[in-house]
Design a protein around this ligand. Structure first.
Ligand code: FMN
Length: 204
């Protein structure tokens, strides 16, 4: 089974990446295959709202999205990590989630007509296990964390928690010091144990 961590920070080896890696390392100890995917160097346009994926089941924008969406589909577990930017997740992660969430719905559903009632058959993400991680210097965690939770809970995933919200407190003045956040490390490690437990139960 595979868990993929998507890092919404533009910074390589920054605080968010550190906490995602902490969780992935813990999952590796439990026998999971893992992969870290940095969004910083990827080209991900925002959703154009063209709705062509409703019919074509493919995104009309040609950039790195298709490759990233494929990685999401191949994963049994998905960790979504973002630094907090003005109380929000970063634009690239938002763009990925908008496009993946929308097309992920339409690849397994049909829209008969614009005035018919939706009868969802699930999504491409149904049954996947998801956990959010956010990292901030001081404030704005709740909103960013909620953004990730709201995405995960509208597309039929199973969200795992921890013994506290999966938030890291790090990065004053831009430093990379998440390794000093022992509480945050403990929280994401426990989240990883929960994710591993849930994945193993689901695949029994
Ligand atoms: C554009 C920008 C906006 C930020 N906004 C916030 C904020 O709203 N609240 C906060 O506590 N920290 C804020 N920060 C600080 C980062 O969240 C913090 O440094 C974090 O550790 C960076 O994670 P990274 O190393 O993974 O990029 C901001 C940083 C940047 C560059």
């Amino acid at each position: 089974m595979k868990v993929v961590g998507f890092c919404g920070s533009p910074r390589v080896k920054g605080n968010t990446e550190f906490l995602i890696e902490t969780a992935l390392n813990q999952l590796e100890k439990q026998g999971f295959e893992t992969e870290l995917v940095r969004l910083g160097d990827k080209k991900i346009e925002q959703c154009s709202g063209c709705y062509s994926c409703v019919e074509k089941k493919a995104c009309s924008i040609e950039d790195d999205f298709s490759q990233l969406f494929q990685k999401m589909l191949e994963a049994d577990g998905i960790i979504l990590g973002s630094p907090v930017y003005h109380s929000s997740i970063t634009p690239k992660l938002k763009a990925l989630l908008d496009r993946a969430g929308f097309i992920g719905r339409w690849v397994v559903n049909e829209m008969k007509s614009a005035d018919s009632t939706y009868q969802w058959k699930g999504t491409a993400f149904s049954g996947k296990v998801v956990a959010p991680i956010t990292v901030a210097r001081r404030a704005g965690q709740n909103f960013a964390f909620a953004q990730l939770l709201l995405w995960a809970t509208v597309i039929d995933t199973i969200v795992v928690g921890s013994n506290y919200w999966n938030v890291g407190v790090a990065g004053k003045g831009g430093v990379v010091d998440a390794d000093q956040d022992t509480e945050g490390i403990g929280i994401v490690t426990h989240m990883a144990d929960n994710m591993g437990f849930v994945l193993k139960q689901l695949k029994k």
